[in-house]
Design a protein around this ligand. Sequence first.
Ligand code: CDP
Ligand code: CDP
Length: 222
Amino acid sequence: ATNQLAIAIDGPAAAGKSTVAKHVAQRLSYIYIDTGAMYRALTYKAIINKVDLENENQVSNLLENTSIDLEQTNKGQLVYLDNNEITREIRTKEVTNNVSIVAKHPLIRREMVKRQQLLAEKRAVVMDGRDIGTHVIPDAEVKIFLIASVEERAQRRHKENLEKGFESDLDQLKREIETRDKLDSEREAAPLVKAKDAVEIDTTSLSIEDVVERILQVVATK
Ligand code: CDP
Ligand code: CDP
């Protein structure tokens, strides 16, 4: 077998990170780790517990008493919060529009990065998020930074919503994506930024298969 690598995939909302990461992991028989799901799970719990999301210490105390687990199944990734399955609950609009507040706190990031580093310890992982190549696995053998125009990204989410039978407003989606990108890029602690040694792929006019192939080409050079 070839070397067991760590593959870091970062980029803004709806650039295709999780979709592409899952495919790459499958092709290489690696584990896929969705770090956004961890921030979403904590946000979900904080909302339910009526914790003030801006209060770093309160959210941090909550996280100390919280277990978040990701399980890979043939039906996709399942997310567990304190041993209860909450895979669907973390994708609501309310969680999506509040997660960047929780994720901006340095104490939260420090603990999440620690947990994520344990998951990546043995390599053979594809991990996606915002700070994987810069902070979580700074020595990852492969770093990918996925981008796409905000119009294209809003369209992708819109299409997903309609396919699932959800209500969806394209202009509103676009504004929500822009707001989240801005919060994620402008925060002090580990902002969304391309690592110096990351390969940037603009996916605006690429298919999922195209992007997967490009990443596998980068992997093949390692
Ligand atoms: O899939 P989508 O791009 O909508 O978001 P996600 O990957 O599930 O991440 C949700 C949010 O979690 C992001 O907007 C960030 O605020 C935060 N996040 C982060 O700060 N660092 C990570 N490594 C992953 C997610
Ligand atoms: O994880 P992230 O938020 O970056 O994006 P995603 O949830 O993986 O992907 C958003 C949507 O874009 C999904 O419905 C994909 O099928 C679609 N898509 C893609 O991921 N890559 C392309 N090159 C084209 C479409």
